[in-house]
Design a protein around this ligand. Structure first.
Ligand SMILES: [Zn+2]
Length: 244
């Protein structure tokens, strides 16, 4: 590829995707991209393989949060087209392996479809995708105090990570607990303990914009969650680099 030194060609890129959306009265709008960008930067530095981090895509599919002011949403078609074009641009410069790191639940289905398309139609040799909270799960779960439904949105997990990464942007006094009171077990939405049903529209489940229990958050929980996720992602990137 003209203009790129030979050694750059097989390097990994890690597109990071998130969202700009309301996160209750106590967190900033950019929580999701802030978390995934942090995980990408730290994991790229920790991995043994050479990893380059692509610029973050700070808006995603957030229609389910449009009932709350501050949310910016791309249509699924716009988001998928943009993410595909970013990945495909890298492939056109000779990048063979892509890891898409997602920080926003509303992007999950679209990210999976774009990853598949980049692999099958876009010329990428390997494409993996993962979510920040899933990378954190093994480290965070032992510290978790909230019941099912306590880790969903602007919750114990996201607030803890923000208290670790950007405490100056957290208004802890404004944090409110909203855990769904449901009649049927298994219908609570929870990132780490999902029931069989998804939450289609945030307004249907939350008055404040919070889904979960941010009052149980701590910077220490956030530190452990981030370090666990960074280690898991670094391992994943090294496996991706080694996979022939
Ligand atoms: Zn979030």
């Amino acid at each position: 590829v003209a203009g790129l030194p030979e050694t750059e060609l097989s390097r990994l890129r890690s597109p990071q995707v998130g969202s700009t959306e309301q996160h209750g009265p106590h967190l900033p709008l950019d929580v999701d991209i802030r978390i995934s960008a942090h995980l990408c930067r730290e994991a790229a530095a920790a991995a043994s393989a050479p990893v380059l981090v692509a610029p973050p895509l700070p808006v995603g599919v957030a229609e389910h949060q449009m009932g709350f002011a501050g949310t910016i949403s791309l249509s699924p078609e716009s988001f998928m087209g943009t993410l595909y074009d970013i990945g495909h641009s890298l492939v056109r410069h000779g990048v063979e392996r892509l890891a898409i790191v997602n920080g926003h639940g509303g992007n999950e289905a679209a990210v999976a479809l774009v990853a598949q398309r980049l692999r099958l139609e876009g010329g990428a040799r390997r494409v993996i995708y993962c979510s920040g909270w899933a990378l954190s799960a093994a480290a965070f779960e032992p510290l978790r105090e909230s019941p099912p439904g306590g880790v969903a949105h602007a919750c114990e997990y996201e607030t803890s990570v923000c208290l670790h990464l950007c405490p100056e942007l957290v208004d802890a006094a404004a944090a409110v607990r909203e855990v769904e009171e449901v009649a049927v077990e298994g219908t609570r939405f929870d990132l780490l303990d999902p029931g069989p049903y998804g939450a289609a529209v945030g307004r249907d489940f939350s008055r404040s914009g919070v889904q979960g229990d941010p009052t149980l958050a701590s910077a220490e929980k956030g530190r452990v969650a981030c370090e666990g996720a960074v280690a898991a992602l670094a391992r994943l990137l090294d496996e991706l680099a080694a996979d022939r």
